[in-house]
Design a protein around this ligand. Structure first.
Ligand code: NAD
Length: 297
């Protein structure tokens, strides 16, 4: 299948590579030359522009940071929807506002282009391993068209509902993740302040009633888990500013439906403070710095 892939960052890069390895003819593009080069070095064909990438593509996949990037890419005069052939399937896996996904699906439908939202969970580890969870918003038929492509990048594919529903499921999940990373950080910092070995404490909690995804796969303290972003200077992974964006989307959504999300609101403020302290580009697990005892001097 001819697949265009736009957005080759921490997530999009390995996802595009998995489609390439599965034998699809991938034409990829990113505004960052370094991101393009990293994929070219692994044999993926790089297009000169997004418009060139989508030429003759049967499926277009995008993995961009936020709503404004997706709107700028697809909508408006000269937007990609005017370059994509009718009958093409567009899979947007970026985490963005549900309203933007619905707008995109409507604009696509008006041109005979099916657009589904398919945000993911599973982190960069899941993107590399091809074990992501996809949360799809769109019709059953559109999901079935997308399934063979999604299966090459993920292990779990859920139909959340109509256009935009994938995004709603995603922000519910990430609100929980944002909260539990802070809770996990507090618990580890408390134990360490009492002289406990963080590896031993993490293992005790992982196998006890406090066990959670952060303790399983993404320990926030450097040195506890070799492959976690914490042990790589919080580089790569899922940026604090991306988590802040998702918690903002959750709060906007909560206000729209008058939902009570007190911990989600507090978590958004804590990540905002962490970002203001200059840590926006670090992986979100670096939020432990807010509650960790700093070394004197
Ligand atoms: P990233 O910042 O590493 O990558 C985004 C890429 O998009 C960048 O390389 C940027 O140059 C590119 N880009 C932006 N606008 C573009 C355009 N118009 N044309 C082409 N390329 C463009 O971000 P990421 O971590 O890969 O996250 C991507 C999306 O996935 C976000 O919405 C994020 O919330 C979501 N997400 C991330 C993770 C994670 O663990 N990193 C997990 C689940 C979901």
């Amino acid at each position: 299948m001819k697949i265009a892939f736009i957005g080759l960052g921490n997530m999009g890069g390995p996802m595009a590579l998995n489609l390439h390895k599965a034998g699809h003819a991938v034409s990829a593009f990113d505004l960052s030359a370094a991101a393009c080069e990293a994929l070219r070095a692994q044999g993926v064909a790089i297009a000169a522009s997004a418009a060139e990438a989508v030429q003759a593509a049967q499926v277009v996949v995008s993995m961009l940071p936020a709503s404004q990037h997706v709107e700028a890419l697809y909508l408006g005069e000269g937007g990609l929807l005017t370059r994509i052939a009718p009958g093409t399937l567009v899979i947007d896996s970026s985490t963005i506002a549900a309203a933007t996904s619905r707008k995109l699906a409507e604009a696509g439908a008006a041109r005979g282009i099916a657009v589904i939202d398919a945000p993911v969970s599973g982190g960069t580890g899941g993107a590399i391993a091809g074990t992501l969870t996809f949360m799809v918003g769109g019709s059953e038929a559109e999901l079935e068209r997308a399934r063979p492509v999604l299966e090459k990048m993920g292990a779990n594919i859920f139909h959340a509902g109509a256009a935009g529903a994938g995004q709603t499921a995603k922000i519910c999940n990430n609100m929980l993740l944002g909260i539990l990373m802070i809770g996990t950080s507090e618990a580890i910092a408390l134990g360490v302040a009492n002289g406990l070995d963080p590896k031993v404490l993490s293992e005790i909690m992982r196998r006890s009633s406090g066990g959670n995804w952060a303790l399983e796969k993404y320990n926030p303290l450097p040195g506890v888990m070799e492959n976690a972003p914490a042990s790589k200077g919080y580089a790569g992974g899922f940026g604090t500013d991306l988590m802040l964006k998702d918690l903002g989307l959750a709060q906007e959504n909560a206000m729209a439906v008058k939902a009570a999300t007190p911990l989600g609101g507090m978590a958004r403020n804590l990540y905002a403070a962490h970002s203001l302290a200059g840590h926006g580009a670090l992986d979100f697990s670096s939020v432990i710095k807010l509650v960790q005892k700093q070394k004197a001097g």
